[in-house]
Design a protein around this ligand. Structure first.
Ligand code: M6R
Length: 365
C-alpha cells in the first residue's frame, strides 16, 4: 500500500507531480485559459462581491495565505484570511457581498465547517476547495472545486497542500478572466508554466539526499527559524508547521522584515535558519535579512532559484529550485521543506505518519 516507500509521507511527497498534473489538466481549456464551468459563474457575478474571505485550519490556512496574493493580484478584490476557529467567534463583518472560500483537504474539519456555516448565516456566498467528494464541507457549500490529490494518509499534509495552491491559483486566474482583470496572455503564460510544473517538481525531488543530509545536522536543534517575505513568508509558515508536527522541534516562521522588531534577540549560533528567497521584488531585502542572522552566528539554509548568483553569497548553503514565475515558486520551494521535515522526523525516531497527539482529520472543536 505504500508502493515501495517506507512511509506514506514520503510516498505522498513523491506523488506531487501526478497530483498536480491531475489537478491542472481538469481545469484547463485547449487554448490555455482556465475553465471551472461547473461553477456556473458569469462575467457579472462578482459585481456584488466587495470582499473575499478565506477561512481554513493548519496547512489549508497556509494555502489560503498564498491564495490572498493570487486573488488580490489577478482579481483585484480585497481578501482576508482567517483561522477558522478564530473567525467564528470574532463577530465577523461578513455580509451578502462576501464570497467565503473554505479550504479543507478532508472536508470534515469541524472548525472549518462551523466557519462556513457562520459565513453563510451572515449572507455570504460560499465556495469550498476540498479533496473529498461528498464531504460535509462540500455538501454545505454553494459551490465546490476539487483538488485531485488522491487519498492522503500521512497526518502531515503534503500533496493536498500543493494541489490546493494549484487549484487556488487557477481559481484566481479564472475569476480574473471573468472580471477581465487579467490579460489572456498572462493567463496562458501561467497555465503553460503549470503544465510544466510536474517536471520541475521531479527536478526538486532530486534534492532528496541533500535534504536527508541537512536533516542530519538539524536533529539536535531546539529551535529553527523560517524566514521569508511576501508569498515566501506564507511558505515559511507551512515549512515551520511541517517540521514541528513531525520532528517535534520548535520552529517559527517570521516575516523577515519583522525580525529586528524583537525576534532577532533569539538568533544565535544555536538557531539554524531556513530562508526562502523566490520573490524577486523583495530579494535584495531578503539577502540583507540573511546577512543579519548570519552576523549573529546562525547557519542559514537558503532556498533560491538555480540561476540566483547572489543568494549563495549570504547563506551557509543553498538548495536550488528551477526558475519559474514567482507565483508558482511556492509550489516548488515547499518541497525541500517537506523533505527536511520528513528526514528530521525519521532520524529522531518519530512515527512520521502518525505524529503524537495529532489526528488526520480534526472533527472535534
Ligand atoms: O482536512 P483539512 O484540510 O481541513 O485539515 C486542516 C488541518 O487540520 C491540517 O491541514 C493539519 O494542519 C495538517 N496535519 C498539517 O500537516
Amino acid at each position: 500500500e505504500k508502493g515501495g516507500y517506507p512511509h506514506f509521507m514520503l510516498k505522498e511527497i513523491y506523488e506531487q507531480p501526478k497530483a498536480i498534473h491531475d489537478t491542472v489538466q481538469i481545469y484547463l481549456n485547449k487554448d490555455g485559459s482556465v475553465n471551472f464551468k461547473d461553477l456556473g459563474w458569469t462575467e457579472d457575478c462578482f459585481d456584488d462581491i466587495d470582499h473575499i474571505l478565506i477561512t481554513a485550519c493548519g496547512t489549508a490556512y497556509h494555502a489560503g495565505l498564498v491564495a490572498k496574493h493570487y486573488i488580490e493580484r489577478f482579481v483585484r478584490i480585497p481578501v482576508s484570511v482567517e483561522i477558522a476557529s478564530e473567525y467564528r467567534y470574532s463577530n465577523p463583518l461578513t455580509t451578502s457581498k462576501t464570497l467565503c472560500i473554505v479550504v479543507s483537504q478532508s472536508g470534515e474539519t469541524i472548525d472549518t465547517l462551523a466557519a462556513l456555516k457562520e459565513a453563510k448565516r451572515l449572507g455570504a456566498k460560499s465556495l469550498a476547495v476540498t479533496n473529498s467528494i461528498s464531504s460535509s464541507i462540500a455538501r454545505e457549500s454553494d459551490n465546490v472545486i476539487y483538488t485531485m490529490a488522491g487519498p492522503e494518509i500521512a497526518v502531515a499534509s503534503t500533496k493536498a497542500y500543493t494541489t490546493q495552491l494549484v487549484a487556488l491559483l487557477l481559481l484566481a486566474l479564472y475569476m480574473g478572466q471573468l472580471r477581465k482583470t487579467v490579460k489572456p496572455e498572462l493567463v496562458k503564460e501561467i497555465t503553460d508554466a503549470l503544465k510544466d510544473l510536474p517536471k520541475q517538481i521531479e527536478k526538486v525531488l532530486k534534492e532528496n539526499d541533500y535534504m536527508a543530509e541537512v536533516a542530519e545536522r538539524l536533529i539536535k536543534a531546539h529551535d529553527i527559524f523560517y524566514l521569508g517575505r511576501s508569498i515566501d513568508y506564507a511558505i515559511a509558515m507551512e515549512g515551520a508547521l511541517k517540521l514541528k508536527e513531525v520532528s517535534y522541534i520548535h520552529a517559527e516562521a517570521y516575516a523577515a522584515g519583522e525580525l529586528k522588531h524583537g525576534t532577532l534577540a533569539l538568533i544565535t549560533e544555536d538557531t539554524p535558519v531556513i530562508a526562502v528567497a523566490t520573490q524577486d521584488n523583495v530579494s535584495s531585502k531578503m539577502y540583507s535579512n540573511i546577512e543579519e542572522v548570519r552576523a549573529r552566528g546562525a547557519e542559514v539554509l537558503g532556498i533560491g532559484y538555480e540561476d540566483d548568483a547572489e543568494i549563495g553569497k549570504y547563506t551557509t548553503e543553498t538548495v536550488r529550485i528551477p526558475r519559474v514565475d514567482p507565483f508558482i515558486a511556492p509550489i516548488l520551494s515547499v518541497i525541500p521543506m517537506q523533505l527536511l521535515a520528513y528526514y528530521t522526523s525519521i532520524k529522531r525516531g518519530n512515527n512520521v505518519d502518525k505524529p503524537r497527539n495529532l489526528a488526520k482529520s480534526v472533527t472535534v472543536e
